[in-house]
Design a protein around this ligand. Sequence first.
Ligand SMILES: [Ca+2]
Ligand SMILES: [Ca+2]
Ligand SMILES: [Ca+2]
Length: 295
Amino acid sequence: MWDPTLGQFQPGYPAQMNDLQFINAPVILDVTGDGMAEVLQSSAMYDLQGYGAAGLPADGFPKLTGGWSVASAGAGDLDGDGTLELALSTREGNLFLWSTAGATCQSVEWPKNGHDLHNSGNYATDADRPGPIFDVTIERVGDEIVVRFTGSGDDGTCGSAAGYRITAGDVVVDAPAGATEVRLPAATLPAGTVVSVQGIDDVGNIGFAGTAVLGAATTPSAPVVRVVPVVPAGPAATPPRRTLPATGGDPAGALPLLLLGLAVAGRSAIRRVTSAQRASPCSPRGVVATPRNGS
Ligand SMILES: [Ca+2]
Ligand SMILES: [Ca+2]
Ligand SMILES: [Ca+2]
């Protein structure tokens, strides 16, 4: 882990791995639930290592697999309980899945190989589109069709979408952040029209659609809705991205190595990347794990 403000490794790094790390790369995010990121790296020695402050093992690590890995770990909230799961495959074809205490809606540093779902390799890329909208309803009120929905997150279920796109046949309407209702002229929408609602995030990613089908209303204000959820519901929205301190681990256990590292470095204090530096597009990002063999 390299500190670009000092031009040297942070104390305790490079951390020692058991064996070759082939094709894979570290992923960096909080898996212990303390709000500070860990560096996770699998190897050919049947394990997934997790390092925190001063290069010390994170709580609950290493994870043992009994086979060597040629892939980076992946993280996501598979069961929608608000905490992340970690997934890792081995060369033999076994797929492992571990529960973690890391929050689903955290400010992840480098959550996967290639950083994001676009594999941009760019710390600043937001490739997480808004989560699905589950409760689209349609009501015919006089000469209008009223479309109602509950908003979605900006990154999946996390945060708040920057706006919404409502599509009904050939009619497309963009609604602002916080919108929960849009009115469309009924005359342009025959029975059977599919109405979809999608969140749009602050960089233009368009989310999963929630849909409803316009029925043949016989009385004003009567519900004429068939709701079609797209995917199962996720957890409630939580804090925004990019606020996570660089590294975690056990501060008490890390202290001796930390002091040793400082003495070696001849410096009086560790400097972390500041918030301002993180915000700069030209500044180096939080942490970089460097394998022992330099590969
Ligand atoms: Ca942590
Ligand atoms: Ca989970
Ligand atoms: Ca997003």
